[in-house]
Design a protein around this ligand. Structure first.
Ligand code: SF4
Length: 678
């Protein structure tokens, strides 16, 4: 038996474990006892992370659509066709008529290469990835306020804090090892405030549980800040020495009295005051948030308010403090770091900056790089409908289930002139493709992933890929070579990382020989640098922290007589994203085998609905059949539905209205109608 130390393919905690294999087949997982996040533990997804790898559904050969069906072909035929058809679309409609979608499940090296392929070989900045769907509000909001859109502190800081405010994060289900760390801290005396109207597991241990209305986060945070200022609980020394624009914030929140905040949020005056006093009264306070904050049509404003609350109370730049956005997928931080974004190269270097473009063009051996910002992924579907986009190359993502308004996404994907999908399974998106390229999964290749605390960690190969499947980085390099580009020939991912380090200051000191055993946290600018567990120690990345006040705005779609319920969406403990891996892991699928919708007992009684009844849920965009789960997890008038399930796809209902600054969809609020089926 062989044990291979590698990184979990699921959430941003980035636990490391040993894949146990016997004669070329994975047979189990053992946690790493020394890893700073796992510390000998794993969640149920980690324990089962071997189960899908040898699933019979794995793609084993390239496929080309002929006579309406996907048929196996050689790599030569498939890749020559990819290049020829991408070029044909560009010749007909221009370079920006194609879009490259990168993957938060792929390695840093692969994200960097797809970014390079789009920009250097195909001459477009149309490159993006699923951070657009989860944390683009964070990237925009924290870049503006702090100068860096990443988690400021480390996971170990949960052991060193006095109070934790968790807002819009179901941490024990989505980031289980961080969730258990928070619960351990609470057991040892750390105060916990949970702001989320679902009665999530953490809420049951919290000193205060604020069940505010969906979409009222700005009102709540403004109200808390008003109390802190009015009661003299702010940190004037920190504000004076480290920040700017405080006066504008103070003015903006001044009329958010507890009474007005209570009216806007549905909370009681006393609980808002108690939350403000508890958070501001602590010596060290951490704020934790996730997609309950970001996935709104005003997600960037939510992030601005969180940053402001941390600065107002002096909770940045010390152990046990900070603004801590928990990144969803295992490498969504790395996807952003690697510049799989339409306006940024790796290390958040701006496409708009001519010196940056010159630097990358010289290193990549091309004469010039486009200065026109590319399309955000969430605007690609509309661009295709409007006749501006004709081809998509999608690596390791499944927009048919993950994008809002599934009907719209399907119509667009079906009508593209060219759809290429590179993945490990024939996902719902791959099934619509013209060309499908079979990829190796995390257990079958090398590379690095960057977890939510900016820790760059080595991924190691445990078994061979099935059939003709190849690592994403090898496929991308082969496409580049067939397109006539000579600057993408690498002998290994380690060599790709050397190139990344040479062009990306925050990764400047990263080499594979330094990543044993548990990686390094960026910024790591040179080979002697030990990595950075806490950001903004003496100064913010942008210099002074910037207070950016925000106005409370209602969600884009509110309940009415026809659609009287608010629907909010999310994930469950047992499944991950669009379920392509977890639904092919038999134990996980057994625990949560089908789509469901949570509704409050009062609503259920009014509608005559009982547990497990079949319901038809309708919105302005579509309908789904699902199963009732009657529970006080939700408040009256609000429904919760996970989006993992193709049968009962929550995103057939969701609203594709976008935050105007981050282009993130409003997954967390839409209006729906509920009908009990006979
Ligand atoms: Fe994997 Fe996240 Fe579970 Fe850790 S907490 S084992 S990284 S899914």
């Amino acid at each position: 038996m062989k044990r291979t130390l590698t990184v979990c393919p699921y959430c941003g905690c980035g636990c490391m474990f040993y894949l146990v294999s016997n004669q070329g087949r994975l047979i189990g997982v053992e946690p790493s006892t020394t890893h700073p996040v796992s510390r000998g533990g794993l969640c149920v997804k980690g324990w089962n992370a071997y189960a899908f790898v040898h699933h019979p559904d794995r793609l084993t050969a390239p496929l080309i659509r002929r006579d309406g069906s996907l048929q196996p072909v050689s790599w030569d035929e498939a890749l020559d066709l990819v290049v020829a058809r991408l070029r044909a679309v560009q010749e007909k409609h221009g370079n920006d008529a194609v879009m490259f979608a990168s993957s938060a499940k792929a390695t840093n090296e692969e994200n960097y290469l797809l970014m390079k392929l789009a920009r250097a070989v195909f001459g477009t900045n149309n490159i993006d990835h699923c951070a657009r769907l989860c944390h683009s509000s964070t990237v925009t909001g924290l870049a503006e306020t702090f100068g860096s859109g990443a988690m400021t502190n480390s996971i170990s800081c949960f052991d060193q804090t006095d109070v934790i405010l968790v807002i819009g994060s179901n941490t024990t289900e989505q980031h289980p090892l961080i969730g258990s760390r928070i619960l351990n801290a609470v057991r040892k005396g750390t105060h916990l405030i949970v702001a989320d109207n679902r009665r999530i597991r953490l809420a049951r241990q919290a000193e205060l549980h604020l069940r505010h209305k969906n979409g009222s986060d700005v009102a709540l945070l403004n109200g808390i800040m008003q109390i802190i200022i009015a009661e003299g609980l702010a940190d004037p020394e920190f504000i004076k020495a480290r920040t700017e624009n405080y006066e504008a914030l103070a003015e903006a929140v001044a009329d958010w009295t507890p009474e007005r905040t209570a009216a806007a949020t549905g909370l009681g005056v006393e609980e808002i005051i108690a939350a403000a006093r508890l958070f501001a009264g602590a010596e060290r306070g951490m704020i934790v948030y996730s997609m309950g904050i970001t996935q709104h049509s005003h997600g960037v404003d939510n992030v601005r308010c969180i940053a402001a609350l941390a600065m107002l109370t002096g909770n940045v730049g010390r152990p046990g403090t900070g603004v801590n956005p928990l990144r969803g997928q295992n490498n969504v931080q790395g996807g952003c770091d690697m510049g799989a974004l339409p306006d940024l190269f790796s290390g958040y270097q701006k496409v708009a900056d001519p010196l940056v473009r010159e630097k990358f063009a010289a290193a990549w051996g091309v004469t010039a790089l486009s200065d026109k910002p590319g399309l955000p992924l969430t605007r690609a579907m509309d661009a295709a409908s409007a006749g501006h986009l004709y081809g998509m190359f999608i690596m390791g993502e499944n927009p048919m289930l993950s994008d809002p308004d599934q009907g719209h996404a399907r119509r667009v994907l079906e009508n593209l002139e060219l759809l290429v999908v590179q993945d490990i399974f024939l996902t719902e998106t791959a099934a619509l493709a013209d060309i499908v390229l079979p990829a190796a999964c995390y257990a079958e290749k090398e590379g690095t992933f960057t977890n939510t605390e900016r820790r760059i960690q080595p991924l190691r190969k445990a078994v061979e890929p099935p059939g003709a499947a190849r690592a994403d980085w090898e496929i991308i390099c082969d496409i580049a070579a067939r397109a006539g580009y000579q600057g993408m020939r690498y002998s290994s991912p380690a060599v790709i990382m050397n190139e990344i380090a040479s062009l990306t200051p925050i990764y400047g000191g990263i080499t594979y020989d330094r990543l044993d055993p548990h990686g390094l946290q960026w910024p790591c600018p040179d080979r002697e640098h030990p990595g950075t567990p806490i950001l903004h120690l003496e100064r913010f990345t942008r210099g002074l922290g910037h207070f950016s006040p925000a106005l409370h705005q209602l969600p884009a779609e509110l309940p009415d007589d026809r659609y009287p319920f608010v629907l909010t969406t999310g994930r469950t403990y047992f499944h991950w994203h669009t379920g392509s891996m977890t639904r092919r892991s038999h134990l996980l699928d057994r625990e949560e085998p089908r789509s469901f919708i949570e509704l409050h007992p009062d609503d259920a009684a009014r509608l005559g609905v009982r547990n497990r009844d079949e319901l038809l849920i309708s919105s302005r965009r579509g309908q789904v059949l699902t199963t009732a789960r009657v529970t006080d997890m939700v408040i009256p008038g609000v429904l919760f539905m996970p989006f993992h399930f193709v049968e009962g796809a929550a995103n057939a209902l969701t609203n594709n209205v976008l935050d105007p600054e981050s282009s993130i969809p409003e997954f967390k609020v839409c209006a729906v109608h509920v009908e009990k089926l006979p």
